[in-house]
Design a protein around this ligand. Sequence first.
Ligand code: PLP
Length: 418
Amino acid sequence: MTGFSVADVRAQFPSLSIADDGKPRIYLDNPAGTQVPRHVIDRATHAMIEQNANLGGAFVTSEMARTLVDEAHVAAAHFYNAPSARDVIFGANMTTITLAMSRNLQKTLNITEGDEIVLSRMDHDSNVAPWLLVAEDTGATVKWIEFDTDTFEFPDDAIDKVLSDKTKIVAIGHASNCTGTINDVKSMCAKARSAGAISYVDAVQFAPHGVIDVQDIGCDFLVSSAYKFFGPHQGILYGRAEVLENLFSYQVRPALEHGAPAKFEIGTAPRETLAASLGAIEYIASLGNDGGADTPLSRSRVVSGMQAAMGHEMALTRQMISGLSSIKGVKVRGITSDNALARRVPTVAITMEGKNPGEAAKSMARDNIFMWSGHNYALEPINHMNLMKDGGVLRIGLAHYNTADEVDIMLERLEGLV
Ligand SMILES: Cc1ncc(COP(=O)(O)O)c(C=O)c1O
């Protein structure tokens, strides 16, 4: 594709043209999962027809399956800018991977009473509960990084206040699935490293909206989920090679003979979802100007594709935030200032005076406008903002395939509702 065209993009997603009872679907539920382009579906179909065998055989389908598994790892390394495809681990989803890794780290680091784990009040529960369970099982102490409920950001020294030479793990979010805030994970990971702690970054909500560079961030681990960036239900973890090398893995014995990534990938590699994850990364790369559809996948193509999508998203975000802010009774629970929009993803949480978020989501659904309400597993942020008693928030989330018209329709309906 040359030049970003939302019409061209939409033509690639079969689900975007579906209507129900004559009402077109308006997908603003993207923070909970995005739609899938034809290329991703074709990749999965092709894998199930042509590349369907287990690994290690001397026959053609097994060899093809091996190539596919390797290609998916290489693509994910481009997506994260990981130094090697061996640093990339595929799993069922972010939560499953994080629960497993938390156990592996607990055992390897020998976490015990007196040790400390640093968690954030802005994170999704999948980057909170696994570490709380480690603390519960070991007697380690949990320390919290608190965000400012007026700015929706962490004060610069928030992490300094809780780090110590006892800190073993720092678990932080790249972008919040509630406030939408993008955090300065680079600086937080550097501070964690200086304290001698392992950093674990949840990039699930950031991945569809920005360029990830694990080498620049300097994290030990970073994880995202392909279904949030136009792919299948699958989680993808980056681990720093030096950490992976010595990391214990709860794994079956034959797989333990291999090093990373196989040592950490539990069970038979799911060919069709690996193919679809590869397809999602290829799809993102196709959005930029860095080569045509036949150009081989590369890091620079992934970056240019993502940047093309980001340009369109930023215009939509500006339109949506300014529209929401101008509706009387609506309060955006996140960054709204025009010159700070680059510090947020287009995952936007609002509350409405006298209107329950769940009821609002139901009313919008009657017009086939999809959005989520409640806590969306962001228990800590919702509690920190004291919003649980009012039913949480109404969450409206954009993807690069949304249009200015869709945002206008949503704003008009919401204004009528409030
Ligand atoms: C920020 C964030 N982290 C983690 C998760 C959980 O991801 P998964 O569904 O892949 O387990 C989500 C899902 O919504 C999320 O938004």
